[in-house]
Design a protein around this ligand. Structure first.
Ligand SMILES: NC(=O)C1=CN([C@@H]2O[C@H](COP(=O)(O)OP(=O)(O)OC[C@H]3O[C@@H](n4cnc5c(N)ncnc54)[C@H](OP(=O)(O)O)[C@@H]3O)[C@@H](O)[C@H]2O)C=CC1
Ligand SMILES: O=C(O)CCC(=O)C(=O)O
Length: 417
Protein backbone atom coordinates (compact mmCIF):
# COMPACT_ATOMS: atom_id res chain seq x y z
CA UNK A 1 0.00 0.00 0.00
CA UNK A 2 1.57 3.32 -1.08
CA UNK A 3 0.54 6.08 1.28
CA UNK A 4 1.18 9.80 1.47
CA UNK A 5 1.07 11.88 4.60
CA UNK A 6 -2.60 12.91 4.69
CA UNK A 7 -4.50 12.48 7.97
CA UNK A 8 -6.48 9.62 6.41
CA UNK A 9 -3.27 7.88 5.31
CA UNK A 10 -1.80 8.30 8.78
CA UNK A 11 -4.97 6.98 10.44
CA UNK A 12 -4.98 3.95 8.10
CA UNK A 13 -1.31 3.15 8.84
CA UNK A 14 -2.00 3.34 12.58
CA UNK A 15 -5.04 1.06 12.24
CA UNK A 16 -3.10 -1.45 10.10
CA UNK A 17 -0.34 -1.53 12.70
CA UNK A 18 -2.84 -2.18 15.53
CA UNK A 19 -4.67 -4.82 13.45
CA UNK A 20 -1.35 -6.62 12.93
CA UNK A 21 -0.51 -6.54 16.63
CA UNK A 22 -4.01 -7.80 17.46
CA UNK A 23 -3.95 -10.50 14.77
CA UNK A 24 -7.23 -9.28 13.25
CA UNK A 25 -8.32 -10.88 9.98
CA UNK A 26 -8.78 -8.84 6.78
CA UNK A 27 -12.57 -8.72 7.14
CA UNK A 28 -12.43 -7.22 10.62
CA UNK A 29 -9.70 -4.82 9.47
CA UNK A 30 -11.98 -3.62 6.64
CA UNK A 31 -14.95 -3.31 9.00
CA UNK A 32 -12.87 -1.16 11.35
CA UNK A 33 -11.45 1.00 8.56
CA UNK A 34 -14.55 1.88 6.59
CA UNK A 35 -16.75 4.69 7.93
CA UNK A 36 -20.26 3.51 8.78
CA UNK A 37 -21.86 6.64 7.29
CA UNK A 38 -20.42 9.66 5.46
CA UNK A 39 -22.69 12.56 4.67
CA UNK A 40 -21.84 15.59 2.50
CA UNK A 41 -24.30 18.47 2.54
CA UNK A 42 -24.44 21.79 0.78
CA UNK A 43 -24.89 24.72 3.13
CA UNK A 44 -26.29 27.78 1.35
CA UNK A 45 -25.54 30.97 3.24
CA UNK A 46 -27.07 34.38 2.55
CA UNK A 47 -24.30 36.87 3.38
CA UNK A 48 -25.15 40.12 5.17
CA UNK A 49 -24.65 41.97 1.87
CA UNK A 50 -27.27 39.78 0.14
CA UNK A 51 -24.80 37.59 -1.77
CA UNK A 52 -25.46 33.81 -1.79
CA UNK A 53 -22.52 31.60 -0.82
CA UNK A 54 -22.84 27.82 -1.05
CA UNK A 55 -20.55 26.00 1.38
CA UNK A 56 -19.89 22.29 1.82
CA UNK A 57 -20.42 20.51 5.13
CA UNK A 58 -19.66 16.98 6.28
CA UNK A 59 -20.51 14.53 9.03
CA UNK A 60 -18.85 11.13 9.21
CA UNK A 61 -19.95 8.47 11.67
CA UNK A 62 -16.96 6.18 11.63
CA UNK A 63 -18.06 3.41 13.98
CA UNK A 64 -21.08 2.72 16.20
CA UNK A 65 -20.16 -0.65 17.70
CA UNK A 66 -19.67 0.67 21.24
CA UNK A 67 -22.45 3.27 21.30
CA UNK A 68 -23.72 6.48 19.69
CA UNK A 69 -21.33 8.39 17.46
CA UNK A 70 -19.39 11.17 19.20
CA UNK A 71 -17.05 13.87 18.01
CA UNK A 72 -16.50 17.51 17.26
CA UNK A 73 -17.45 19.87 14.46
CA UNK A 74 -14.78 21.93 12.76
CA UNK A 75 -15.08 25.14 10.74
CA UNK A 76 -11.88 25.47 8.71
CA UNK A 77 -11.14 26.27 5.05
CA UNK A 78 -9.15 23.07 4.45
CA UNK A 79 -11.79 20.74 5.90
CA UNK A 80 -12.73 18.00 3.43
CA UNK A 81 -14.21 14.52 3.53
CA UNK A 82 -10.85 12.75 3.81
CA UNK A 83 -9.82 14.86 6.80
CA UNK A 84 -13.18 14.35 8.52
CA UNK A 85 -12.96 10.58 7.93
CA UNK A 86 -9.57 10.47 9.66
CA UNK A 87 -10.74 12.60 12.57
CA UNK A 88 -13.83 10.40 12.96
CA UNK A 89 -11.70 7.25 13.02
CA UNK A 90 -9.47 8.71 15.72
CA UNK A 91 -12.61 9.52 17.76
CA UNK A 92 -13.62 5.84 17.64
CA UNK A 93 -10.32 4.66 19.13
CA UNK A 94 -10.21 7.57 21.59
CA UNK A 95 -13.64 6.85 23.06
CA UNK A 96 -12.80 3.16 23.35
CA UNK A 97 -9.44 3.91 24.98
CA UNK A 98 -11.05 6.32 27.45
CA UNK A 99 -13.56 3.58 28.29
CA UNK A 100 -16.66 5.61 27.45
CA UNK A 101 -19.64 4.06 25.63
CA UNK A 102 -19.45 5.85 22.29
CA UNK A 103 -18.50 5.26 18.72
CA UNK A 104 -16.62 7.90 16.75
CA UNK A 105 -17.68 10.75 14.48
CA UNK A 106 -16.53 14.12 13.22
CA UNK A 107 -18.01 16.88 11.13
CA UNK A 108 -17.23 20.22 9.68
CA UNK A 109 -17.78 22.93 7.13
CA UNK A 110 -15.11 24.07 4.68
CA UNK A 111 -15.14 27.74 5.65
CA UNK A 112 -12.91 30.40 7.19
CA UNK A 113 -15.06 31.35 10.19
CA UNK A 114 -13.11 34.57 10.69
CA UNK A 115 -14.61 35.99 7.46
CA UNK A 116 -18.19 35.64 8.76
CA UNK A 117 -20.16 38.05 10.92
CA UNK A 118 -21.82 36.56 14.02
CA UNK A 119 -25.18 36.60 12.24
CA UNK A 120 -23.71 34.81 9.21
CA UNK A 121 -22.04 32.23 11.47
CA UNK A 122 -25.38 31.58 13.16
CA UNK A 123 -27.29 31.22 9.87
CA UNK A 124 -24.62 28.89 8.47
CA UNK A 125 -24.56 26.77 11.64
CA UNK A 126 -28.35 26.46 11.79
CA UNK A 127 -28.59 25.49 8.12
CA UNK A 128 -25.87 22.85 8.55
CA UNK A 129 -27.60 21.54 11.71
CA UNK A 130 -30.95 21.40 9.92
CA UNK A 131 -29.35 19.21 7.22
CA UNK A 132 -28.12 16.84 9.95
CA UNK A 133 -31.34 16.63 11.99
CA UNK A 134 -32.07 13.09 10.79
CA UNK A 135 -28.55 11.92 11.62
CA UNK A 136 -27.65 13.48 14.96
CA UNK A 137 -29.46 13.10 18.29
CA UNK A 138 -28.77 12.18 21.92
CA UNK A 139 -29.02 8.46 21.13
CA UNK A 140 -27.44 8.63 17.66
CA UNK A 141 -24.65 11.10 17.20
CA UNK A 142 -23.58 13.87 19.57
CA UNK A 143 -21.45 16.73 18.16
CA UNK A 144 -19.12 18.95 20.22
CA UNK A 145 -16.71 21.84 19.53
CA UNK A 146 -13.48 21.44 17.56
CA UNK A 147 -11.32 23.90 15.60
CA UNK A 148 -13.15 27.09 14.70
CA UNK A 149 -16.29 26.25 16.69
CA UNK A 150 -17.25 27.07 20.26
CA UNK A 151 -20.00 26.75 22.85
CA UNK A 152 -22.16 29.33 21.05
CA UNK A 153 -22.13 27.15 17.92
CA UNK A 154 -23.21 24.19 20.07
CA UNK A 155 -26.09 26.25 21.51
CA UNK A 156 -27.30 27.05 17.96
CA UNK A 157 -27.11 23.39 16.94
CA UNK A 158 -29.03 22.35 20.06
CA UNK A 159 -31.67 25.00 19.45
CA UNK A 160 -32.08 24.09 15.76
CA UNK A 161 -32.35 20.37 16.54
CA UNK A 162 -34.79 21.09 19.40
CA UNK A 163 -36.98 23.23 17.14
CA UNK A 164 -37.21 20.33 14.67
CA UNK A 165 -38.02 17.71 17.31
CA UNK A 166 -40.43 19.87 19.31
CA UNK A 167 -38.70 19.63 22.68
CA UNK A 168 -35.46 20.84 24.24
CA UNK A 169 -32.89 18.14 23.58
CA UNK A 170 -29.95 19.04 25.81
CA UNK A 171 -28.16 15.76 25.05
CA UNK A 172 -27.82 16.36 21.29
CA UNK A 173 -24.54 18.27 21.69
CA UNK A 174 -21.87 18.68 24.35
CA UNK A 175 -19.60 21.62 25.00
CA UNK A 176 -22.70 23.83 25.34
CA UNK A 177 -22.81 26.92 27.53
CA UNK A 178 -23.63 26.02 31.14
CA UNK A 179 -26.74 28.24 30.87
CA UNK A 180 -28.32 25.80 28.37
CA UNK A 181 -27.31 22.46 29.85
CA UNK A 182 -23.54 22.45 29.50
CA UNK A 183 -21.38 21.09 32.27
CA UNK A 184 -18.97 22.84 34.56
CA UNK A 185 -15.43 21.92 33.53
CA UNK A 186 -15.92 21.18 29.79
CA UNK A 187 -14.26 24.38 28.55
CA UNK A 188 -10.93 23.45 30.13
CA UNK A 189 -11.30 19.67 29.96
CA UNK A 190 -9.13 18.88 26.93
CA UNK A 191 -6.34 21.09 28.26
CA UNK A 192 -6.62 19.65 31.77
CA UNK A 193 -6.37 16.21 30.20
CA UNK A 194 -3.26 17.30 28.26
CA UNK A 195 -1.73 18.46 31.54
CA UNK A 196 -2.63 15.19 33.29
CA UNK A 197 -1.17 13.12 30.45
CA UNK A 198 2.00 15.24 30.41
CA UNK A 199 2.45 14.87 34.16
CA UNK A 200 1.82 11.11 34.06
CA UNK A 201 4.52 10.74 31.40
CA UNK A 202 6.95 12.99 33.31
CA UNK A 203 6.28 11.17 36.61
CA UNK A 204 7.03 7.85 34.98
CA UNK A 205 10.41 9.23 33.88
CA UNK A 206 11.17 10.77 37.27
CA UNK A 207 11.03 14.36 35.98
CA UNK A 208 9.59 17.15 38.17
CA UNK A 209 7.32 19.77 36.51
CA UNK A 210 9.52 22.57 37.84
CA UNK A 211 12.41 21.25 35.72
CA UNK A 212 10.41 21.24 32.51
CA UNK A 213 10.29 23.72 29.62
CA UNK A 214 7.31 23.63 27.29
CA UNK A 215 6.44 24.95 23.82
CA UNK A 216 2.81 24.97 22.67
CA UNK A 217 1.70 25.30 19.05
CA UNK A 218 -1.83 26.73 18.80
CA UNK A 219 -3.26 29.21 21.28
CA UNK A 220 -6.94 28.32 20.90
CA UNK A 221 -9.33 26.44 23.18
CA UNK A 222 -6.87 23.59 23.79
CA UNK A 223 -3.44 25.23 23.53
CA UNK A 224 -4.04 28.40 25.57
CA UNK A 225 -5.44 26.61 28.61
CA UNK A 226 -2.92 23.78 28.37
CA UNK A 227 -0.15 26.41 28.52
CA UNK A 228 -1.88 28.10 31.42
CA UNK A 229 -2.47 24.93 33.47
CA UNK A 230 1.09 23.72 32.89
CA UNK A 231 2.54 27.06 33.91
CA UNK A 232 0.27 27.21 37.00
CA UNK A 233 1.55 23.73 37.93
CA UNK A 234 5.19 24.84 37.81
CA UNK A 235 6.42 24.28 34.23
CA UNK A 236 8.19 27.04 32.28
CA UNK A 237 6.23 27.71 29.11
CA UNK A 238 8.79 29.33 26.83
CA UNK A 239 6.89 29.53 23.53
CA UNK A 240 3.33 29.60 22.20
CA UNK A 241 1.91 30.32 18.74
CA UNK A 242 -1.15 30.93 16.66
CA UNK A 243 -1.61 30.99 12.91
CA UNK A 244 0.25 34.32 12.62
CA UNK A 245 3.43 33.09 14.33
CA UNK A 246 5.08 32.27 17.66
CA UNK A 247 6.41 34.18 20.65
CA UNK A 248 9.38 33.04 22.74
CA UNK A 249 10.88 34.02 26.06
CA UNK A 250 13.63 31.95 27.69
CA UNK A 251 12.48 33.30 31.10
CA UNK A 252 8.99 31.91 30.52
CA UNK A 253 5.68 33.37 29.36
CA UNK A 254 2.56 34.14 31.37
CA UNK A 255 -0.22 32.40 29.37
CA UNK A 256 -2.99 34.13 31.37
CA UNK A 257 -1.57 37.54 30.44
CA UNK A 258 -1.23 36.40 26.83
CA UNK A 259 -4.87 35.26 26.82
CA UNK A 260 -5.96 38.72 28.02
CA UNK A 261 -3.70 40.35 25.40
CA UNK A 262 -5.38 38.32 22.63
CA UNK A 263 -8.91 38.80 24.01
CA UNK A 264 -8.38 42.55 24.46
CA UNK A 265 -8.06 43.07 20.72
CA UNK A 266 -4.53 42.08 19.68
CA UNK A 267 -6.07 38.97 18.05
CA UNK A 268 -2.66 37.26 18.01
CA UNK A 269 0.07 36.35 20.46
CA UNK A 270 2.64 37.89 18.12
CA UNK A 271 3.93 41.20 19.40
CA UNK A 272 3.43 40.43 23.10
CA UNK A 273 5.77 42.53 25.26
CA UNK A 274 9.28 41.23 26.03
CA UNK A 275 9.10 38.29 23.65
CA UNK A 276 10.99 37.28 20.53
CA UNK A 277 9.01 36.38 17.43
CA UNK A 278 9.50 32.98 15.81
CA UNK A 279 7.78 31.11 13.01
CA UNK A 280 5.60 28.09 13.74
CA UNK A 281 8.24 25.93 12.05
CA UNK A 282 10.90 27.29 14.43
CA UNK A 283 8.67 26.63 17.46
CA UNK A 284 8.41 22.96 16.51
CA UNK A 285 12.19 22.67 16.53
CA UNK A 286 12.90 24.43 19.85
CA UNK A 287 15.18 22.78 22.39
CA UNK A 288 12.48 22.17 25.05
CA UNK A 289 11.52 19.24 27.24
CA UNK A 290 7.90 19.06 26.10
CA UNK A 291 6.39 20.09 22.76
CA UNK A 292 2.61 20.32 22.63
CA UNK A 293 1.22 20.63 19.10
CA UNK A 294 -2.33 21.91 19.71
CA UNK A 295 -3.32 23.33 16.33
CA UNK A 296 -3.65 21.08 13.32
CA UNK A 297 -2.78 17.67 11.97
CA UNK A 298 0.36 16.86 9.97
CA UNK A 299 2.73 19.49 11.38
CA UNK A 300 5.52 17.05 12.30
CA UNK A 301 6.42 15.22 9.10
CA UNK A 302 9.20 13.06 7.70
CA UNK A 303 10.79 16.33 6.55
CA UNK A 304 11.11 18.10 9.94
CA UNK A 305 10.89 15.19 12.44
CA UNK A 306 14.68 14.81 12.48
CA UNK A 307 15.04 18.42 13.65
CA UNK A 308 12.64 18.08 16.61
CA UNK A 309 14.72 18.59 19.76
CA UNK A 310 11.93 18.17 22.34
CA UNK A 311 12.33 15.10 24.54
CA UNK A 312 8.60 14.51 24.55
CA UNK A 313 5.68 15.40 22.28
CA UNK A 314 2.25 15.48 23.91
CA UNK A 315 -0.39 15.63 21.17
CA UNK A 316 -3.05 18.18 22.09
CA UNK A 317 -4.14 18.29 18.43
CA UNK A 318 -5.48 15.30 16.54
CA UNK A 319 -2.94 13.77 14.18
CA UNK A 320 -0.15 16.38 14.44
CA UNK A 321 2.54 13.74 13.76
CA UNK A 322 2.35 11.86 10.46
CA UNK A 323 2.85 8.11 10.21
CA UNK A 324 6.14 8.76 8.38
CA UNK A 325 7.42 11.05 11.17
CA UNK A 326 6.74 8.57 13.99
CA UNK A 327 9.67 6.21 13.23
CA UNK A 328 12.07 9.15 12.88
CA UNK A 329 11.05 10.46 16.31
CA UNK A 330 11.31 6.97 17.83
CA UNK A 331 14.79 6.55 16.35
CA UNK A 332 15.81 9.83 18.01
CA UNK A 333 14.34 8.82 21.38
CA UNK A 334 11.49 11.36 21.33
CA UNK A 335 8.59 10.03 23.43
CA UNK A 336 5.19 10.69 21.82
CA UNK A 337 2.10 10.72 24.05
CA UNK A 338 -0.51 10.13 21.34
CA UNK A 339 -3.58 12.23 20.58
CA UNK A 340 -6.16 9.55 21.37
CA UNK A 341 -4.74 9.48 24.90
CA UNK A 342 -3.40 13.00 25.47
CA UNK A 343 -6.47 14.93 24.27
CA UNK A 344 -9.06 12.40 25.50
CA UNK A 345 -10.03 14.68 28.41
CA UNK A 346 -12.34 16.70 26.17
CA UNK A 347 -14.54 13.82 25.12
CA UNK A 348 -14.38 12.35 28.64
CA UNK A 349 -16.02 15.48 30.05
CA UNK A 350 -18.38 15.59 27.06
CA UNK A 351 -19.49 12.16 28.21
CA UNK A 352 -20.03 13.54 31.72
CA UNK A 353 -22.09 16.39 30.22
CA UNK A 354 -24.25 13.96 28.22
CA UNK A 355 -24.77 11.74 31.29
CA UNK A 356 -25.90 14.80 33.29
CA UNK A 357 -28.25 15.79 30.42
CA UNK A 358 -29.80 12.31 30.26
CA UNK A 359 -30.21 12.19 34.06
CA UNK A 360 -31.26 15.83 34.46
CA UNK A 361 -28.89 15.96 37.42
CA UNK A 362 -25.93 18.34 37.64
CA UNK A 363 -22.46 17.63 39.01
CA UNK A 364 -20.13 20.15 40.62
CA UNK A 365 -16.92 21.25 38.85
CA UNK A 366 -14.97 19.40 41.55
CA UNK A 367 -16.77 16.14 40.73
CA UNK A 368 -16.17 16.63 37.00
CA UNK A 369 -12.46 17.31 37.45
CA UNK A 370 -12.00 14.42 39.87
CA UNK A 371 -13.65 11.95 37.46
CA UNK A 372 -11.70 13.38 34.54
CA UNK A 373 -8.47 12.75 36.45
CA UNK A 374 -9.59 9.16 37.18
CA UNK A 375 -10.27 8.45 33.48
CA UNK A 376 -7.04 10.08 32.29
CA UNK A 377 -4.89 8.29 34.90
CA UNK A 378 -6.56 4.96 34.11
CA UNK A 379 -6.10 5.33 30.35
CA UNK A 380 -2.47 6.44 30.75
CA UNK A 381 -1.68 3.54 33.11
CA UNK A 382 -3.25 0.99 30.71
CA UNK A 383 -1.35 2.35 27.71
CA UNK A 384 1.94 2.56 29.57
CA UNK A 385 1.60 -0.96 30.99
CA UNK A 386 0.87 -2.48 27.57
CA UNK A 387 3.70 -0.51 25.97
CA UNK A 388 6.15 -1.90 28.53
CA UNK A 389 4.77 -5.44 28.41
CA UNK A 390 4.91 -5.71 24.60
CA UNK A 391 7.76 -3.33 23.81
CA UNK A 392 5.49 -0.92 21.92
CA UNK A 393 5.54 2.84 21.46
CA UNK A 394 2.78 4.62 23.43
CA UNK A 395 0.87 5.30 20.19
CA UNK A 396 0.95 1.64 19.20
CA UNK A 397 -0.19 0.56 22.65
CA UNK A 398 -3.01 3.15 22.71
CA UNK A 399 -4.24 1.94 19.31
CA UNK A 400 -3.98 -1.73 20.25
CA UNK A 401 -6.24 -1.03 23.26
CA UNK A 402 -8.70 1.24 21.42
CA UNK A 403 -8.93 -0.83 18.24
CA UNK A 404 -9.03 -4.05 20.25
CA UNK A 405 -12.03 -2.86 22.27
CA UNK A 406 -13.95 -1.88 19.15
CA UNK A 407 -13.15 -5.21 17.46
CA UNK A 408 -14.35 -6.99 20.59
CA UNK A 409 -17.62 -5.01 20.53
CA UNK A 410 -18.18 -6.04 16.88
CA UNK A 411 -17.46 -9.68 17.71
CA UNK A 412 -19.80 -9.61 20.72
CA UNK A 413 -22.66 -7.85 18.91
CA UNK A 414 -22.33 -9.92 15.72
CA UNK A 415 -23.43 -8.78 12.28
CA UNK A 416 -27.05 -7.94 11.44
CA UNK A 417 -28.82 -9.78 9.85
N1 LIG B 1 -11.67 21.62 21.41
C1 LIG B 1 -11.59 20.40 21.92
O1 LIG B 1 -12.24 20.06 22.91
C2 LIG B 1 -10.65 19.42 21.31
C3 LIG B 1 -9.80 19.75 20.29
N2 LIG B 1 -8.89 18.82 19.84
C4 LIG B 1 -7.95 19.15 18.78
O2 LIG B 1 -7.11 20.22 19.22
C5 LIG B 1 -6.69 21.00 18.09
C6 LIG B 1 -7.02 22.46 18.36
O3 LIG B 1 -8.41 22.57 18.58
P1 LIG B 1 -9.05 23.84 19.30
O4 LIG B 1 -8.10 24.37 20.30
O5 LIG B 1 -10.40 23.44 19.69
O6 LIG B 1 -9.15 24.84 18.07
P2 LIG B 1 -9.26 26.43 18.11
O7 LIG B 1 -9.88 26.80 16.82
O8 LIG B 1 -9.87 26.88 19.37
O9 LIG B 1 -7.72 26.90 18.13
C7 LIG B 1 -6.83 26.53 17.13
C8 LIG B 1 -5.52 27.28 17.35
O10 LIG B 1 -4.56 26.82 16.41
C9 LIG B 1 -4.05 27.95 15.68
N3 LIG B 1 -3.71 27.51 14.33
C10 LIG B 1 -4.52 27.20 13.31
N4 LIG B 1 -3.82 26.83 12.23
C11 LIG B 1 -2.52 26.91 12.60
C12 LIG B 1 -1.31 26.69 11.93
N5 LIG B 1 -1.30 26.27 10.65
N6 LIG B 1 -0.16 26.89 12.61
C13 LIG B 1 -0.19 27.30 13.89
N7 LIG B 1 -1.30 27.55 14.58
C14 LIG B 1 -2.46 27.36 13.93
C15 LIG B 1 -5.16 28.96 15.71
O11 LIG B 1 -4.65 30.25 15.45
P3 LIG B 1 -5.65 31.49 15.12
O12 LIG B 1 -6.49 31.68 16.35
O13 LIG B 1 -4.70 32.60 14.86
O14 LIG B 1 -6.44 31.04 13.94
C16 LIG B 1 -5.64 28.79 17.15
O15 LIG B 1 -4.76 29.43 18.04
C17 LIG B 1 -7.38 20.38 16.88
O16 LIG B 1 -6.54 19.41 16.31
C18 LIG B 1 -8.59 19.68 17.50
O17 LIG B 1 -9.08 18.64 16.69
C19 LIG B 1 -8.79 17.57 20.39
C20 LIG B 1 -9.63 17.19 21.39
C21 LIG B 1 -10.68 18.05 21.87
O1 LIG C 1 -16.04 16.36 23.10
C1 LIG C 1 -16.26 15.63 22.14
O2 LIG C 1 -17.28 15.02 21.96
C2 LIG C 1 -15.24 15.45 21.04
C3 LIG C 1 -14.07 16.38 21.09
C4 LIG C 1 -13.27 16.13 19.85
O3 LIG C 1 -13.70 16.48 18.78
C5 LIG C 1 -12.02 15.42 19.93
O4 LIG C 1 -11.71 14.80 20.95
O5 LIG C 1 -11.27 15.44 18.94
Amino acid sequence: MSLGASPWDTACVQLADAARHLGLDDGMHDLLRMPRRSVTVSVPLRRDDGQLLVLTGYRVQHNLARGPAKGGIRFHPSTDLEEVKALAMWMTWKCALMGIPYGGAKGGIAVEPGMLSDRERERMTRRYAAELVGLIGPANDIPAPDMGTDEQVMAWIMDTYSAHTGHTAHGVVTGKPVSVGGTAGRAGATSRGVQLATFAALRERGVAPADVTVAVQGFGKVGALAARYLRDAGCRVVAVSDVKGAVYSSRGLDPAALMSHVADGADTVVGFADTDTLTNAELLELDVDVLIPAAREGVVTAENAGRVRAKMIVEGANGPVTAQADPVLAENGVVVVPDILANGGGVAVSYFEWVQNLQGYLWSEGQVNERLAELMERAYAQVSALARERGLALREAAHVIGVGRVAEAHQTRGLYP
